[in-house]
Ligand binder design. Sequence first.
Ligand SMILES: C[S@@+](CC[C@H](N)C(=O)[O-])C[C@H]1O[C@@H](n2cnc3c(N)ncnc32)[C@H](O)[C@@H]1O
Length: 211
Amino acid sequence: MPIKAGHIGRQKALFLHNLVSAIRPASTLEIGLFSGTSAIVIMAAAKREGYRGHIAMDPAQTTAAESAGLKNIEKAGLSPLFTFMEAESCYALPFLILEKKVSFEFAFIDASHHFDHTLIEFFYIDRLIPVGTIIAFDDVSTPAVEGVLNYIAANRHYVCRRIDALVFAVKMAHDSRHWFEFNQFKIPATDAFMNTKYTTSGKEPRLKKYE
Ligand SMILES: C[S@@+](CC[C@H](N)C(=O)[O-])C[C@H]1O[C@@H](n2cnc3c(N)ncnc32)[C@H](O)[C@@H]1O
């Protein structure tokens, strides 16, 4: 375990474990299952009497991830605490809000890392959590994720604290903005990050400019 690379590393796993152990959430949520490493860490830390379990969503678990997450969770003996939705978060999260009427006391986002998807994930998760809940974001050195966090810190009732490549965003109050409120937020520089990624991956840009 894990059977596939791409999971959170040891240091982040330790931070997540310590945080979740301290919070003692009754239910937990995760976007991006992949190898199941973070799911196992969260469930192992939250497991106690009264813990209702963990829901994770990922559209590529049985395809690209070859069911690695599901197999690892089974091996860890945590399947009874686990519910999986093989779907993109933009469909699965509103489904949870409308159909399931559930709420969560801890959430972890480690999925597409695209600006729009990450913002949508935050938007829906905010509606699934009470005040005082922490949403943890992975890979916050990615400019798109950093941009979302800058938006949240400037425009929503959240306090964001960074540890390593994780940010813990604490919900301080429900949304109470006037219709006209919108605060400027910092858009991170992207060139150096993108150039490094293109060089190391050998991938060509797919994002074209249409005039
Ligand atoms: C970096 S991996 C997650 C690693 C996981 N935290 C672990 O420790 O194994 C990112 C995962 O997010 C999934 N993903 C990408 N876009 C998604 C979306 N829109 N909704 C849900 N999951 C998504 C990918 O399929 C991939 O499995």
